[in-house]
Design a protein around this ligand. Structure first.
Ligand code: ADP
Ligand code: ZN
Ligand code: ZN
Length: 726
């Protein structure tokens, strides 16, 4: 009998031994069903052993090795082990964080099929003429196949309704599905445009570095054609019969990218991995990655854990994006894990951005990463937008808008061009107030305000999601005359509609795009020119092309300039570059107007000069002086409890356990978090810093073992390594 070392999805820093007669070394990496307490649990076998520390009489037997899905490879387990030790989380938790839900269950998985391809049948060739115009999705699929055969995955990525439409067309006999016996034809790549000299140079530099491990930072201004670089690199990986992994911040917000990939690689099966997929689909895509059938895996941060046996390239687009960092459970940075993965696999990784994270940029400047630059817009006549500030101290605002902004909007309406008014605050107004007694609508569960949502007649907390009806009178003094204060996107939408009655105003934010498919429908409306003024949050800032959009007006950006969070200006700069990049991408020149109280602030000056490198150096100098990342490495210990003092007491005890830190490591006093109360829990944290990542890691390892042993007394705690939010 052998002993199985089994990782379970438990917050305990250990693996569990089980006896098993049927297991062989090839079962390492497989799932196994085991008894745990009085239940059954699915675990993953991370090793076999001859002896166990558990007394023979007490060793339980595993129930069944689950062999329906292939075993996770040794390199995958090694990656999990790395995350476990770097983020100081139990191996089981890391493994189960990476697995799709269906693999966390014991239910059998249907064996993955070979990738399917689609072609038009003889009758399907004439079908287009017979389909009514309203069958738009079916028509689009047929049109695509008229150009040639295509991987089924590629067709399905084109449209949310594509699966149903494809089934109909197959039933009608117009489309035939077929399977290719291996080897797959990965190679065919649709070359759409000749590369410009900048792009050629970048590709030459990457090629010259060979196929081994190397981190590249592709710093390219918005619209410089970074996607084309990714596509070419992927094409050569596929041509060599290898796989490529592409990580993007939010796939639902960038349908264009998925479509572009599917169109340019019609034969290479592409799968997506993100949290919006149904469980069945997600595990199917995962298994295609694992079998090597999927040439390209395109996904959000969780895709960094996709098993890919023939991985030859990783691309991380918008590498600075905060969504790459998971903010709960295993608090990993997908970008950093991707870099580890590239080193482990001995392959190149390309980090792309118009505004790299300062950590990344500093490493590129120091030569640890190779810096590649694209400094021109790729479309020949496209220019960078003209960025100007509007001094709010010199203008009287009308409904929150300065006259020059109103005039610019009117001008766009006259010319039949589109405008975007950017306001990163959804809802009608950020707070409801009573002028008589100064009551404000606070959340009962959080130290935050309830936002007024007029559209669904509610007050809503954006931190914990709590809802309550809008009071008719002040709950404090009974005054009936209570007012919304400040403005959110809903109010702005109403204001603009009233001021420009002839304009078609469309609001795009998390509230208006909550229903499935509504975001892509709105994008369609915008691209078809059926809107004049867009009101949007950052959801609109990401890589969309709106050829007729020539004006971006930015409201209320100032609050980030003097924030307590040292990362706030870096984020604001990145965000404004992204929104500004929406203006004037085709032939029409773009204009960006920023309403501000601080028109001479270095951030706005740099933005107007399109000078990321200059501003980055300024921020880096400030960080160096203040002793912030990237000049130090950080970790925080957070605790939450019913009462703040319990959380603080826990942190003080934790600090006492740690003892005096060795030289080179700073341990700060526990402090309440910025949003102290969240969903009825009060939160505090303790910061550690060190100029040496290695020293910090060694210290954290020893410390977290002691923390495990501390009595917990109604406190929940966790370590966050390389935190980005405080
Ligand atoms: P980025 O990701 O750098 O912001 P994109 O990759 O979206 O930029 O490219 C911006 C636009 O430039 C796209 O419309 C793309 O089709 C176009 N483009 C890219 N490369 C070229 C090229 N070599 N010649 C002409 N147009 C190009
Ligand atoms: Zn709340
Ligand atoms: Zn009152």
């Amino acid at each position: 009998m052998s002993i199985l070392r089994v990782a379970l999805d438990l917050p305990l820093p250990r693996v569990f031994d089980y006896g098993c007669d049927e297991a062989t070394p090839s079962d390492v990496g497989r799932r196994v069903l085991v008894p745990f307490g009085n239940k059954h649990a699915v675990g993953v076998i991370v090793g076999l052993a001859d002896v166990s520390e558990v007394e023979a009489g007490k060793l339980k037997a595993a129930l069944r090795v689950l062999r329906d899905a292939p075993a996770l490879g040794r390199d995958w387990l090694e990656l999990a082990q790395f995350c476990s030790s770097y983020y100081h989380r139990p191996l089981g938790e890391v493994i189960f964080n990476g697995l799709p839900r269906r693999l966390r269950e014991a239910r059998a998985i249907a064996a993955p099929e070979d990738a399917a391809f689609c072609r038009l049948s003889a009758s399907g060739r004439g079908a287009l003429a017979r389909l009514p115009a309203r069958a738009a999705v079916q028509r689009a699929l047929l049109q695509r196949l008229l150009q040639g055969d295509c991987a089924e995955t590629g067709l399905l990525e084109r449209n949310p309704g594509a699966r149903k439409a494809l089934a109909r067309l197959c039933d009608a006999g117009w489309i035939e599905r077929y399977r290719l016996s291996t080897p797959l034809r990965y190679g065919h790549f649709v070359e759409r445009l000749p590369l410009n000299t900048g792009q050629q140079q970048v590709l030459r530099q990457i090629a010259a570095a060979g196929t081994g491990y190397q981190v590249f930072l592709l710093h390219g201004i918005t619209g410089s054609g970074k996607t084309e670089i990714y596509l070419r690199l992927i094409a050569s990986a596929l041509a060599a019969g290898k796989q490529a992994l592409v990580l993007v911040p939010e796939i639902n917000l960038t349908p264009r990218l998925t479509q572009e990939f599917a169109e340019r690689f019609p034969e290479a099966p592409l799968v997506t991995l993100h949290s919006g997929l149904a469980d069945g689909e997600r595990v199917h895509h995962w298994l295609q990655a694992q079998s090597g059938a999927a040439g390209i895996v395109l996904g959000t941060r969780l895709a960094v854990f996709a098993p890919m046996p023939r991985l030859a390239l990783i691309v991380v687009d918008e590498e600075q994006d905060a969504s790459f960092k998971q903010q709960e459970g295993l608090r990993y940075s997908a970008r950093d894990v991707a870099i580890f993965r590239a080193r482990q696999a001995g392959i190149p990784i390309v980090l792309g951005s118009a505004t790299p994270a300062l950590e990344t940029y500093a490493r590129a400047l120091s030569g640890r990463y190779r810096l590649l630059q694209l400094s021109q817009r790729a479309v020949p006549q496209a220019q960078l937008p003209l960025v100007q500030t509007v001094d709010m101290r010199r203008h009287k605002l009308e409904d929150g808008l300065a006259p020059p902004v109103i005039e610019a909007l009117a001008e766009r309406l006259r010319r039949g061009e589109q405008s975007l008014v950017f306001l990163n605050r959804r809802g009608y107004a950020p707070v409801l107030m009573c002028p008589a007694c100064d009551w404000v609508s606070g959340c009962k569960r959080c130290s935050a305000r309830m936002v007024l949502h007029l559209a669904d007649r509610q007050l809503r907390c954006h931190h914990c999601g709590a809802n309550s009806p809008i009071p008719r009178h002040c709950p404090n003094c009974g005054n009936a005359d209570i007012h919304p204060f400040g403005r959110g996107t809903q109010r702005l939408e109403a204001t603009l509609a009233a001021r420009f009655p002839q304009a078609r105003v469309l609001r795009v934010d998390r509230d208006s795009t909550r229903n499935k498919g509504s975001f892509s429908r709105m994008l369609g409306e915008i691209q078809a020119g059926r809107t004049d003024i867009l009101v949007g949050t950052q959801i609109l800032a990401k890589g969309h092309d709106f050829p007729n959009l020539t004006l971006v007006a930015v409201l209320n950006a100032d609050s980030a300039l003097y924030s307590a969070d040292y990362r706030a200006p870096e984020r604001l700069f990145a965000q404004l570059v992204q929104v500004a990049g929406r203006a004037g991408r085709a032939g029409l020149p773009g204009e960006v107007l920023i309403q501000t109280q601080y028109p001479r602030h270095p951030l706005y000056l740099a933005l107007a000069q399109h000078d990321y490198p200059g501003y980055a150096r300024t921020l880096l100098a400030e960080r160096e002086q203040a002793g912030f990342p990237p000049y130090v490495f950080e970790a925080v210990l957070r605790a939450e409890a019913k009462e703040l003092r319990t959380a603080l007491a826990f942190l003080r005890e934790a600090a006492a356990q740690a003892g005096a830190p060795p030289p080179g490591i700073s341990l700060y006093d526990p402090v309440p978090m910025t949003v102290t109360r969240l969903a009825e829990r009060e939160r505090a944290q303790l910061l550690l810093q060190s100029a040496s990542r290695k020293a910090l890691q060694a210290y954290l390892s020893a410390w977290s073992a002691k923390l495990q042993a501390l009595p917990q007394r109604a406190v929940r705690w966790h370590l966050d390594v390389d935190p980005i939010e405080f």
